[in-house]
Design a protein around this ligand. Sequence first.
Ligand code: GYE
Length: 333
Amino acid sequence: MARHTFARTTLAALSAVTLLALGACSSEPPSSDGGDGAEGGGDELISVGFSQVGAESGWRSANTMSIKDALTEENGFELSFSDAQQKQENQISAIRNYIAQGVDVIAFSPVVETGWDAVLEEAKGAGIPVVLTDRAVETTVEDAYVSFIGSDFVEEGARSGEWAVEQYDGEGYKVVELQGTTGSAPAIDRQQGFADAIEGSDLEVIDSQTGDFTRDGGKKVMEGFLTAHDDIDLVFAHNDDMGLGAVEAIEAAGMTPGEDIKIITIDGVKDGMAALAEGKFNYIVECNPLLGPDLAEVIQKTVAGEDVEERIVTQDEAFDQEGAKEALPDRQY
Ligand code: GYE
């Protein structure tokens, strides 16, 4: 049983995008500087402002590539892309710039869940539809976005925990957790899903700290865990990069990752899959970063005034060591 495909249901709830879409298709061109914002005509480019979280992980690089590959001029888009270096204030100012520019659609992957109300209200006031990719927001703004495209992070955490219980329950395993960015949807949800799944087993989380989704962060936090505890059996890392950092720390401490200390991670990027195939990781729950094509479709429909799905849940798989060996040669990212 090397591979499990998660059966996913896509919620087909339709959002009330008509008003926003009408705003986006207003007959007023957003600007008259270069003369390319001409009215009418079905073949003008759709201008999109995209605010990315950063470049913190292999997952993020693959996600950025997918978005840039999908939102090309050839496909009918004029993309403005900005990297927020994992800082919410940078994202907010990028979004405000896109509002001032009068882009047709704003898309972003919110670094943390809360604190977006004001800027979402401003986008709404300007009649610019917003699409969320990858991470969710918590907001009191009504109809703040037309669609949210991304994985179910609670389920990813749960699959990680279920596998851990299946493999190791009854052995009194001590677990340390490398959390993603504090306050981010994947960190909150993966922690929750994992905790719920191991409840009732004899696995115990003895320490949990953020490594900010980076390899370096994972390494430093793991070094601290290894100094503080001499009885760690299992690492649950919220992404591959932090797991890879943990591998370095474990090896530096003279132990064998995957054997002396087991490692479960989430993402399934190439470096993570290679570590799994080599036996340094024990299990990976995939998080598919290739959100560009869905994003392009949602934007096109929104601008055309068509209904879009309010929630698009990405399909993910999971891999053990044998599964990684099989999948690695065809891995795209
Ligand atoms: O798992 C991690 C990245 O939001 C799903 O962010 C994304 C997460 C991904 O930094 O590697």
